[in-house]
Design a protein around this ligand. Structure first.
Ligand SMILES: *Cc1c(COP(=O)(O)O)cnc(C)c1O
Length: 385
């Protein structure tokens, strides 16, 4: 287990930092290409928001994935990393004019439109530039994913997407517009989903919608089902690569694609989470009255998921082989929620020991902040060391 980290090198480095195992990333990408490649018409995009480290993006881009963006900044980051504009999709409930204009100027593959108000603005801006904006409607399928409430996006009361009952009116409105081209539908039901039944439920909903639309002679060239595949946070060593076979096979089995139709995916977490660890140094061991604290130099500013979502990250002491003791692992930030784990077992920990917070490659570095005037953590890939 400890063999997976270059400890000698780590011990010379300033902490905290992110370490990205590019060998695992490449193997993950090979698995994705292999499993998606078994099915006609499947197209995979990487959701940039999970991790936009330029070196990581570069590896993902080289594997041939497209990019799923949720802001103009992400469109820029994707283009800089080498993703072709023709493989960029752009979603988001609140697209600013400059962001829409950027997408138009760069000729991105598709805007995933989340309201009729946005459709009107896109048509207006495209008219001014004498362009035709390719669009899909993001539909809220009212399918609940069995995941954390803050990362469920497909329920009716959610801010994302267009309600199913408003879908046909939106499509008809788009058909009247001269400067948008309607290409299909987009969905994204949530994140960290491990029950394939949730994805199957989405497929059934899409099948119904597609049947309804065909009765009205509306054809979809593209269906985009978003991302959401979860990872095993408990067992990063045993399950380093998510079950992409089960994921893509579920869609192949349940979604009734028409001939020539393309099925797009936008995977974020499942691509990058397991290859990343946050490496932090132990500053102090503090004996409380009923427990002991390992106070480390990383905090919620470096990895906010435990504070924000009560997320679990496996923590390992990669410097010690001594018998295990129980610790609360906490950061230095002046917030009570700056706790990485409570009552976990670590090899006996001393000042100076390096801890690895595992499965931190997704929604880690990218969500870092400078609260308390802290430095942003640096992200290193294997080749940097
Ligand atoms: C966040 C997001 C994704 C990626 O979600 P993961 O759970 O990381 O796979 C895909 N599509 C859209 C529209 C998103 O907002």
């Amino acid at each position: 287990m400890k063999g997976i980290f270059p400890i000698e090198k780590f011990s010379q480095m300033e902490t905290p930092f992110y370490y990205y195992d590019t060998e695992l990333l490449r193997e993950t990408l090979r698995t994705i290409n292999q499993e998606a490649g078994k099915h006609e018409g499947f197209v995979v995009h990487y959701a940039i928001k999970a991790n936009a480290n330029p070196k990581v993006l570069n590896v993902i881009c080289q594997a041939g994935l497209g990019a799923d963006c949720v802001s103009g900044g992400e469109i820029r980051a994707s283009l800089n990393a080498g993703f072709p504009a023709s493989r960029i999709v752009y979603a988001g409930v609140g697209k600013s004019d400059w962001e829409i204009n950027l997408g138009l100027d760069k000729n991105i593959f598709c805007f995933n439109v989340e309201s009729v108000a946005e459709l009107e603005v896109i048509n207006e801006l495209a008219t001014k530039r004498d362009r035709i904006a390719p669009i899909c409607f993001r539909i809220n399928p009212d399918v609940g994913a069995h995941t954390h409430a803050k990362i469920t996006t497909g329920l009716a009361e959610n801010k994302f997407g267009i309600a199913m009952r408003d879908m046909e009116a939106a499509i008809e409105e788009a058909a009247q517009m001269k400067n948008v081209k309607f290409m299909g539908l987009h969905f994204h039901i949530g994140s960290q989903i491990l029950d394939m039944g949730d994805f199957a439920a989405l497929c059934n909903r899409i099948n119904d919608l597609q049947n309804e639309l065909e009765k009205r002679h509306i054809k979809l060239e593209h269906i985009n089902v978003g991302g959401g595949l979860g990872i095993d946070y408990q067992h990063p060593n045993r399950v380093p690569i998510p079950d992409f076979k089960a994921f893509f096979d579920t869609y192949a089995r349940h979604l009734k694609l028409r001939p020539g139709q393309k099925l797009h995916f936008e995977l974020g977490r499942a691509v990058v989470a397991q290859m990343g660890s946050l490496i932090t140094r132990t500053l102090y061991i503090k004996q409380g009255t009923a427990k002991q604290f390992a106070i480390v130099d990383a905090g919620m500013t470096d990895l906010i998921r435990p504070a924000l979502y009560q997320a679990y990250h496996k923590i390992e002491n990669i410097s010690s082989e001594e018998p295990k003791e129980t610790y609360d692992v906490v950061g230095p930030i002046c917030e009570s929620s700056d706790v990485f784990a409570k009552a976990i077992d670590l090899n006996k920990t001393h000042r100076g020991d390096l801890l690895a917070l595992r499965s931190a490659g997704a929604y880690g570095e990218i969500m870092a902040s400078q609260y308390n005037c802290r430095k942003l953590p640096v992200g290193y890939i294997t080749e940097d060391l």
